[in-house]
Design a protein around this ligand. Structure first.
Ligand code: CA
Ligand code: CA
Ligand code: CA
Ligand code: ZN
Length: 449
């Protein structure tokens, strides 16, 4: 079926759906997949870790830990800044042949993306904006064949015990057993549980609130393509996507609903591998959503309003199918139904296909105002390891609703996915200045000045 015929058929089917849903007056926050009605649900108040007297930059790392270089076993030392948000990510890898080792280009994209984050540090100084990431790659990978599938699924849930064993092995390999557990651990492997998935984050999936508490561990599993220069972009995008889950972010922002064209974030599957489309001429950027967009009602789409003012300079994507990319800017008028004109009336259209076949409100969030740096728990005092999930003390998440469904497994990675933007991304990576420190146990990457 061609695109036009598909849209017409879909529109006809959806008129029926819209009529059925017209009487739904109240939104059930327990079922975001069924958000319908004349008014959009009210977005939750944005939250992020608050700055405190003992954690002035609000990165959940106490000032006492950040004020002097942190001994990090055989890897050397890690330098933090009590006035700028810091994250520390260990990217471990399976095998000794380099097939799962992320390239410096992909790490440059990761550092550059986080440095771009529109978040403030301890004070208003420009130098303290953004997130300073330290990426630590062990000198020796986990000694197993590089194509080893890591772990198994038990009743639909991934069993992390094999990852725990490899993480313990990594701590031994780098001699960081005495280091504060201030880091997130990423295992880069061929695949996990025999799946074609690109990665998974270790969030508690029991409830939406629990998910938003974040996590300390995640997997990168691009079927060994993470070591290839051409895949610097998809590698960085996937690391940042899974790390976003570690920081409590979801596929929908407001909920877990995926593929919303007004949620311009690498947490949205549309943008994980190739970034969000930004600027003129447009370039891929591996960013989380920088704004809360006006909610869009799929049952009554108004093309004249587009995605709304904050989307200025952003493009977006839909999959009707096929995939359609709308170039910047989608702030005002968007010809969502591809009929060549900006329609005056309202009409129904499934904008976030293929996630669901329901006409709902698509509600988003500004990811950067909702980062949970306590992902996996708090690091206390001078950084002594604290017991709890992932070796850290549990921190309660802010109250939010519980969705009817949630997912654990991130999207399929197929190497035949287009590579043009990946090449662009590799070029961008060359523009990021990195400090690279090598010790016998590890290589430490930080952003250069
Ligand atoms: Ca801090
Ligand atoms: Ca800091
Ligand atoms: Ca139109
Ligand atoms: Zn995901």
């Amino acid at each position: 079926m061609n695109t036009h015929a598909f849209i017409m058929a879909a529109a006809a089917a959806m008129l029926v759906l819209a009529a059925e849903s017209g009487s739904a007056a109240r939104v059930s926050p327990d079922d975001p997949s069924a958000i319908r009605g004349p008014r959009p649900p009210r977005p939750p108040k944005p939250w992020a870790n608050k700055k405190t007297k003992t954690d002035r930059d609000g990165d959940a790392l106490p000032d006492t830990l950040e004020q002097s270089p942190v001994p990090f076993g055989g890897a050397g030392t890690v330098t933090l800044n009590p006035e700028r948000k810091d994250v520390v990510i260990i990217i471990d890898y399976v095998g000794t042949n380099g097939l799962n080792t992320p390239t410096p280009a992909s790490i440059a994209l990761i550092l550059g993306s986080l440095a771009d984050a529109p978040v403030k540090g301890a004070n208003g100084k420009a130098a303290n904006r953004g997130i300073a990431a330290t990426v630590i790659v062990p000198a020796q990978g986990y000694n197993a064949p590089s194509t080893t599938s890591i772990g198994t699924f038990a009743g639909g849930n991934y069993d992390w015990s094999d990852v725990d064993a490899i993480k313990t092995n990594c701590i031994d390999r780098m001699g960081i057993g005495a280091a504060p557990q201030m880091y997130h651990y990423c295992l880069s492997c061929h695949n996990y549980g025999g799946s074609g998935s690109s990665g998974i984050s270790r969030n508690n999936i029991a409830t939406y609130d629990a998910f938003r508490m974040g996590a300390a561990d995640f997997i990168l599993s691009l079927q060994s393509l993470q070591s290839q220069a051409l895949y610097a972009g998809p590698t960085a995008g996937t690391v940042l996507h899974e790390f976003g889950h570690n920081l409590g972010l979801t596929h929908g922002g407001y909920d877990h609903v995926n593929y919303k064209p007004n949620y311009i974030s690498i947490m949205n599957y549309h943008f994980q591998f190739f970034g969000v489309v930004y600027g003129i001429p447009s370039a891929a950027q591996y960013w989380y959503s920088t704004f809360y967009s006006r909610p869009i009602n799929e049952a009554a789409i108004k093309e004249k309003k587009g995605v709304g003012g904050p989307a200025k300079d952003f493009g977006t994507q839909v999959n009707y199918p096929p995939v359609v990319v709308f170039p910047p800017s989608v702030a005002k008028k968007v010809d969502w139904n591809l009929n060549g004109i900006i329609d005056h009336g309202r009409y129904p259209l499934l904008l976030n296909f293929p996630y669901d076949n329901e006409l709902t409100w698509l509600v988003t969030e500004n990811n950067y105002k909702n980062l949970n740096f306590t992902g996996g728990g708090l690091v206390t005092g001078a950084g002594a390891p604290v017991a709890g999930a992932g070796g850290r003390a549990a921190v309660p998440a802010p109250p939010r609703f519980t969705p009817a469904t949630h997912d654990t497994v991130c999207q399929e990675f197929t190497p035949e996915l287009h590579s043009t933007l990946a090449a662009d991304a590799a070029a961008q990576a060359r523009g990021v200045r990195m400090n690279v420190t090598r010790t016998p146990a590890a290589t430490i990457y930080t952003l250069g000045e």
